[in-house]
Design a protein around this ligand. Structure first.
Ligand SMILES: [Zn+2]
Length: 287
């Protein structure tokens, strides 16, 4: 007897499981107005219609003679589901999406040391310590947290409710204003709303907790076009933070890494719990 076969017992349990999943998803998302349910239903119907239309289109006499009809069929279905996912990004995440999973990229790990100070201190050391504290704190809060290398193969198609890459800034002295943190989110039409809110949350909480200033006017193209942003699953919201300058902010970065981690975790919680933020300047990137 297959495990999937329905017994009266399974039938009774199923609605309870669905409710839990729905609640979990809602917890991370904005509250939906009642008409959204109708809209969701409509989307499903439209997606179904789109699949039928696609099937009808490829069902031409010519394709009947094609030996790769099955391949084309599979391709058409795959395209429809990708379109579906794009629609879902604006609302609820699809069932089965790991809404309790958070990925943390330890900046430069597995690749290079990042910024290096005359004393021998490296950005990689600083990033690693902070990332480990972030992992521990988020795990304590009930999330499944993975630490990833800079060019981790797992980043391709990576699915998580959030991916955050932790970096630090140069150890060279430029000027007295080369201090503070930067944050940038993945620029994407489907996730624009999430990305904006994530940046606002991270900037607000990190600034309050660490006392470091938000260097939003120096956010670079390197950050907004960060390599991992294009590798991950389109439904995974992602951001990169430069926690501070290894030169002028070295003391707090090396002596109070747990405080730095507290700032990051509070920002993540703010985003995931949809908490309010005081007005924060919007980062703009110089071309
Ligand atoms: Zn770096």
């Amino acid at each position: 007897m297959s495990m999937r076969e329905e017994t009266p017992d399974n039938k009774e349990k199923r609605p309870v499981m669905e409710t839990v999943t729905e609640e979990k998803v809602k917890k991370e998302r904005k509250p939906m107005p009642p008409q959204s349910l109708t809209w969701q239903t409509l989307r499903v119907i439209l997606a179904g219609a789109a699949i039928l239309a696609t099937l009808f289109t490829i069902w031409t006499p010519a394709s009947l003679f094609s030996s790769s009809l099955q391949e084309r069929l599979a391709e058409a279905l795959a395209q429809s589901s990708a379109a579906d996912q794009t629609q879902m990004a604006a609302g609820l995440l699809p069932e089965g999406f790991p809404v309790d999973k958070i990925g943390i990229v330890v900046g430069h790990r597995g690749n290079d040391s990042g910024a290096v100070c005359a004393s021998g201190l490296t950005e990689l050391e600083v990033n690693s310590t902070i990332a480990s504290f972030v992992q521990k704190k988020l795990t304590d809060l009930g999330y499944e947290v993975e630490l990833l290398d800079e060019f981790d193969p797992r980043l391709v198609g990576y699915q998580a409710v959030l991916l955050l890459s932790i970096h630090g800034d140069s150890c060279e002295y430029y000027s007295d204003s080369a201090t503070g943190f930067k944050i940038a989110a993945a620029l994407s039409e489907t996730k624009a709303d999430n990305a904006t809110r994530l940046v606002a949350c991270m900037a607000d909480r990190y600034q309050i907790i660490t006392g470091l200033q938000y260097n939003y006017h120096t956010v670079t193209v390197d950050m907004t076009s960060y390599h991992a942003f294009t590798e991950i699953d389109p439904l995974t919201t992602a951001a990169i933070i430069e926690t501070g300058f290894l030169n002028l902010d070295q003391e707090i970065l090396t002596k109070k890494p747990e405080l730095i981690a507290d700032g990051i975790v509070a920002g993540i919680q703010c985003y995931l719990n949809n908490e309010g933020v005081s007005s924060t300047p919007t980062p703009t990137s110089e071309p």
